[in-house]
Design a protein around this ligand. Structure first.
Ligand SMILES: [Zn+2]
Ligand SMILES: [Zn+2]
Length: 191
């Protein structure tokens, strides 16, 4: 990737490391605040586009390459997986990656776990993206004991704790069984 459009997250997350290359022991810290693209997070929880991603950490020259460690602070928004109420979460996601010098790659092996240092800069964007994907909840809850919605009519059980249906149609009962089998967080449920 060459220079991207000015001010984009992609270009702002590229760090020059020419001063650290082949100088094991040399290190310095970095700090970047960039606008979210709207795609950071999980399917259920995302950083709204334009919201700040605060990234800070250390660059360290080691024998094999450049080691990057740090954190990403971000504000995630989504919906409760049970009742669909808005849910917010502030996360501090870890970044941890070694950018290996091409000549240190073992025998041209295509090791999927190794990231190659290309040129004299490193791109933080994929690290930030992955870190937030891991930190974001897949099944967010507005609160741990959210009662969710009635499986039969969709009513909010929180608004109506005594809500029940007197007549249970056998077809509904069968459907309810299906939903309960899918649930992974059924109270008191054990595998
Ligand atoms: Zn909820
Ligand atoms: Zn109901």
């Amino acid at each position: 990737m060459t220079t991207a459009s000015t001010g984009s997250a992609a270009s702002d997350l590229r760090l020059e490391v020419v001063d650290l290359i082949s100088r094991p022991g040399a290190h310095r810290s970095f700090e970047r605040t960039v606008p979210a693209t709207g795609e950071e997070g999980s399917l259920a929880m995302r950083v709204p586009a334009g919201d700040p991603l605060e990234i800070s950490g250390q660059l360290e020259s080691v024998v094999e390459g450049i080691y990057v460690s740090g954190t990403v602070l971000a504000h995630l928004e989504g919906e409760c997986s049970r009742c669909l109420d808005p849910v917010e979460d502030d996360v501090e996601a870890r970044i941890d990656e070694l950018f290996t010098y091409p000549e240190k790659m073992p025998g041209g092996a295509q090791d999927e776990d190794l990231v190659v240092l290309e040129g004299d800069s490193i791109d933080l964007a994929p690290l930030v993206h992955d870190a937030l994907a891991v930190s974001a909840e897949d099944r967010p809850l507005c609160r741990p004991d959210c009662p969710g919605l009635c499986a039969q009519c969709g009513a909010r059980l929180e608004d109506d704790p005594d809500h029940h249906h007197d007549v249970i149609d056998p077809r509904f009962a069968a459907l309810q069984g299906l939903f309960e089998d899918e649930g992974t967080d059924r109270p008191g449920g054990e595998a």
